[in-house]
Ligand binder design. Structure first.
Ligand code: URA
Length: 488
C-alpha cells in the first residue's frame, strides 16, 4: 500500500485543507494512506508529497458535501489538535463514500470529536471577543494595541468582529503566533509578537475600573460561574481583575445594604446624577443604573466639559426595541432625558400614528453629551465627530448588552455608524434589516431632526413619510409588534 503526504499551510485555513483533501480524493488516497503535515512537520515515513503527482485525468474536481460539514471543518481547523486534518479527511471520505448523513449521528466517535474541537474553538473565540483590552499607543492619537494569548488559531476568525466593532480606530492585536492590524480600512495579518511589544497600561484603565465597579452587581455574584467564564489565565489582560477580590469579598455586605436601602427608598427611583468620576463604587441595584452612574462622570472625550450633563438612555431594562439617536440636543442637555426636544416630539408623533407605545422602547443616543457651537446666547447643535462616536461606543455597547433588545433602530447616520460600523451608508442602506454578530436585528432610518430641517410644506411632509414608513416595519414585524405595544 503506497503512502502519501500533504501539507496544509496555513494549518487553520479551510481553503488550504480543502485543496489538499480534494487532491487526495481525486487520487483515491484512503485516509489511512495519508500523512497530514503542518507548519515545519516532515512525514514520519518519508511519504512522497501528493502534490508531485499529475492530476488524474477525467476526475471531476467538484465534490459536493453538506454545508454543515464545511462549517464544522472551518471551525475545527482553527483548533491546535495536530490530528484535526486527518480526522476531517476521514469524515469527508466517509461522507463521499455513502455516509452522507454522517453528521446526524451524534454517537459517532469522529462526529463527537469534531464537535468537541469546534466547541473549544467557539469558546476560545468568545473569550477573545470578551477579554481583549486595547491600550493606547503612547504618543499616537487614536491608535491602540492589545495583547492576547488564545488557545487556538482564532486570530483570522475573530479579527472581522473587532474590525466591525472598532471600525473608526486604528488598532492591532498581538498574539504569540499571529498578529492583526486594522488601519480603518483593511485588516492586515502578520507574524506573532511578544507581550513587551504591547503597551502595559493606559489612563483609560482607571475609567474602565470605575465603570466595572459600578456595573458589578453583588446580588448576581456567582463565583463558580465567574471562574468558569473568566478563567484565571485571562486575568492578566483585564484591568478590572485587580478589583475582583475586594468586590467579591464585600458582595455580601453590599447586598444587605441594597436590601436595606430598597426597604427605605421612595417608590419611584430617581437616578443619581453628577457623580464624580472617581466616586467610590456604590451598589446601584441593577447594572443599567450602575452604567448610568458611571457614565455621568465620563471624561472619554472633551464633550463633557461644555455640556450640562451626560444624557443616558432611558426605558424598560427588558425593552425589546432600542432606538438609538445621534446625540442629545439643547433640551435634552438641560433636562437630562433623551428625545424631549423638537426632534423627540416629532418622533412621538410618528410613534403615536403607528400605534407604538413609546414607554415600551429603550431610547438612547450614540453620543451622550450635547456637542454645540455658541452663537451669541444660542447653542447650535454641531454634528458629533467620529472620535466622539468612538469614545462613547463602550457606553452604547454596554446598554445593548444590558437591555439585549431584539431590534435596534438607528435614527440617522451617526447612530447607524455606531451600531453597524463605518461601512454603513444611510442613503444606500436605509430601511434594510441587518443582523448583528450577536443575533440582534436592526435597521436605520432618517433622523427626526433631518425631517425638521426640510423646508416646511410638501418637502417636509415627504421626509416625514420616509421616517414613518421605515418605523412602520417595527409595527409590521411580527417579532416586535407585540412588544412595542402596537395597537395597529
Ligand atoms: N436628537 C437625538 O439624536 N437625540 C436626542 O435625544 C434628541 C435629539
Amino acid at each position: 500500500m503506497s503512502r502519501w503526504s500533504v501539507r496544509v499551510d496555513p494549518s487553520w485555513s479551510v481553503q488550504a485543507w480543502r485543496g489538499a483533501a480534494r487532491l487526495a480524493l481525486q487520487h483515491r488516497v484512503a485516509p489511512d494512506q495519508l500523512d497530514w503535515l503542518q507548519d515545519g512537520d516532515g512525514s514520519l515515513l518519508d511519504a512522497p508529497a501528493l502534490g508531485s503527482l499529475p492530476a488524474p485525468a477525467g476526475e471531476d474536481a467538484a465534490i459536493s458535501v453538506p454545508g454543515a460539514f464545511v462549517e464544522l471543518a472551518t471551525t475545527c481547523l482553527c483548533h491546535r489538535d495536530p490530528h484535526r486534518h486527518a480526522l476531517l479527511y476521514r469524515m469527508l471520505w466517509r461522507i463521499v463514500h455513502g455516509e452522507r448523513g454522517l453528521l446526524t449521528n451524534p454517537a459517532d466517535p469522529d462526529v463527537l470529536r469534531s464537535m468537541a474541537l469546534a466547541q473549544a474553538v467557539r469558546r476560545d473565540s468568545h473569550k477573545m471577543k470578551a477579554f481583549v483590552r486595547f491600550r493606547e499607543v503612547p504618543g499616537e492619537a487614536d491608535a491602540f494595541i492589545a495583547w492576547f494569548e488564545p488557545d487556538h488559531h482564532i486570530v483570522d476568525r475573530v479579527a472581522p468582529f473587532f474590525a466591525r466593532r472598532f471600525a473608526g480606530m486604528r488598532w492591532a492585536i498581538l498574539t504569540p503566533a499571529r498578529s492583526v492590524q486594522w488601519d480603518g480600512q483593511a485588516l492586515a495579518f502578520g507574524p506573532g509578537a511578544r507581550q513587551e511589544d504591547a503597551p502595559r497600561d493606559d489612563a483609560r484603565e482607571e475609567l474602565w475600573r470605575t465603570y466595572y465597579a459600578n456595573i458589578f452587581n453583588p446580588a448576581r455574584l456567582n463565583t463558580r460561574m465567574m471562574q468558569q467564564e473568566m478563567p484565571a489565565k485571562y486575568w492578566k489582560h483585564l484591568p478590572e481583575a485587580s478589583l475582583l477580590p475586594t468586590l467579591v469579598r464585600d458582595a455580601g455586605d453590599r447586598v444587605q445594604e441594597m436590601h436595606d436601602r430598597e426597604a427605605q427608598a421612595p417608590q419611584r427611583r430617581i437616578p443619581e446624577r453628577h457623580i464624580p468620576l472617581r466616586a467610590p463604587a456604590t451598589a446601584n441595584g441593577d447594572s443599567l443604573d450602575g452604567l448610568r452612574t458611571a457614565a455621568a462622570g465620563c471624561r472619554r472625550c472633551p464633550l463633557w466639559e461644555p455640556a450640562t450633563q451626560t444624557v443616558f438612555g432611558e426605558g424598560p431594562r427588558d425593552a425589546q426595541v432600542m432606538l438609538v439617536g445621534e446625540q442629545p440636543g439643547d433640551a435634552e442637555d438641560l433636562s437630562g432625558h433623551p428625545f424631549v426636544g423638537p426632534a423627540g416630539q416629532l418622533l412621538n408623533r410618528a410613534l403615536q400614528e403607528l400605534g407604538i407605545d413609546r414607554s415600551t422602547l429603550y431610547l438612547t443616543n450614540a453620543v451622550k453629551h450635547f456637542r454645540y457651537e455658541r452663537r451669541g446666547k444660542r447653542r447650535i447643535h454641531s454634528k458629533p465627530q467620529v472620535t466622539d462616536i468612538n469614545a462613547c461606543l463602550p457606553w452604547l455597547m454596554a446598554e445593548i448588552e444590558q437591555v439585549r433588545p431584539k431590534v435596534i433602530v438607528c435614527l440617522g447616520a451617526s447612530a447607524a455608524r455606531a451600531v453597524f460600523g463605518s461601512g454603513f451608508t444611510l442613503s444606500r442602506d436605509r430601511g434594510q434589516w441587518h443582523t448583528l454578530e450577536d443575533g440582534t436585528r436592526g435597521f436605520a432610518t432618517v433622523h427626526p431632526s433631518w425631517v425638521l430641517r426640510q423646508p416646511a410644506g410638501p418637502a417636509q411632509e415627504e421626509a416625514y413619510q420616509v421616517l414613518l414608513r421605515d418605523l412602520a416595519t417595527l409595527a409590521d414585524n411580527s417579532s416586535t409588534a407585540v412588544s412595542t405595544g402596537c395597537t395597529r
